[in-house]
Every structure is written in C-alpha cells, then in structure tokens.
Design a protein around this ligand. Structure first.
Ligand code: RP5
Length: 165
C-alpha cells in the first residue's frame, strides 16, 4: 500500500496558508492525513504522533508552524522519517522568525525547510521523496514538470509575438 503523508499544523490558524499543500497532495493522488498538533500546547500528542508515524504507514511528515516554530524539529527528533518544515508568515519581517526556527536546526536532527508559506512546494517535495519507490507517482511528477515547462514556453511565445507587433 502507498505510504501516506502526514500534514501537521501547529494551529488551525495555519490552515488557510496550507490549503495549497493539501490540494497538491490530492492532485498527485497521495494519501494523507492532516492534524492540528502543537509542540507547546499538545507536546505529548505531537511526540506520540511522530514516534508512531512510521509504524502507522506514513512515509513523510510535513510540519507547518509559525513564530517560534519548533514543531518540525520536535517531530523530527523522534522519527527517522523525513520531516519537511513549512514556516508560516507572521507579523515579524514576513515570517523570518518562523523560517529561522525551522531552517537553523542543530546538527543531527535535520528538517528540510521550504519557503515561507511554501506549502505547495512541501507537497511536491514529499511527492518526490515517495516517488523513489512509486513509479506511478514518479510519472505524475514528470508530467507536472513537463506542464510547467510548456506553460513558460507558451508565455515566452506570446511575449515574442507581442514584441514583433
Ligand atoms: C504556532 O503559533 C502556530 O503554528 C501558528 O502559526 C502560531 C500562532 O498560533 P495561534 O495563536 O494562531 O493558535 O504555534
């Protein structure tokens, strides 16, 4: 059975920024669960989820959090699954607090950190990880990248047509 992705939100206030992540996982037909679990408000539940995630059929964990965003690191501390952190935009310099909290993990416990509010890229990166052992998913990713290229080439074509007028 295909491995699932776990999307952990530090708060329900993170959900609007993470809708694109959930939508992208659906687009790639990746089974996932989404949960609200906080490193500081529900530390026991967050710990237990990550510690049991591999046994429960998850292949990747995506963790979205803002401000002192230690959620991804706390989850990564108790699992060997790859953890992708999504720093949430905040009122402090556009989310620099969240970004540094995630990306500056001390050695030994890595977190793969995407851009501030980069939920869509987190889903694509998770897809690429799972695609290592899933040929169908690998083909869907290849089509996705072909589509991206085609869109850019079409835009360039229109630009050239406009410039020639
Ligand atoms: C973090 O604090 C959450 O991930 C959220 O981004 C931020 C604010 O949370 P709320 O006060 O809106 O619940 O834990």
């Amino acid at each position: 059975m295909a491995q699932k992705v776990a999307v952990i939100l530090g708060s329900d206030s993170d959900l609007p920024a993470m809708e694109s992540c959930l939508r992208t996982l659906k687009t790639f037909q990746i089974p996932f669960e989404a949960h609200i679990l906080s490193a500081h408000r529900t530390p026991g539940e967050a710990h237990d989820f990550a510690a049991n995630a591999k046994a429960n059929g998850f292949g990747v964990i995506i963790a979205a959090a803002g401000k002192a965003a230690h959620l991804a690191g706390v989850l990564a501390a108790v699992t060997t699954l790859p953890v992708i952190g999504v720093p949430m935009k905040t009122s402090m310099m556009g989310g620099l607090d969240s970004l540094l909290s995630m990306v500056q993990m001390p050695k030994g416990i890595p977190v793969a950190c995407v851009a501030v509010d980069g939920g869509e890229n987190a889903a694509i990166l998770a897809a690429q990880m799972l695609a290592l052992a899933d040929e169908g998913l690998s083909e869907r990713l290849a089509h996705f990248k072909d589509d991206l290229s085609a869109q850019v080439l079409e835009k360039d074509k229109k630009l050239q047509e406009g410039l020639a007028q």
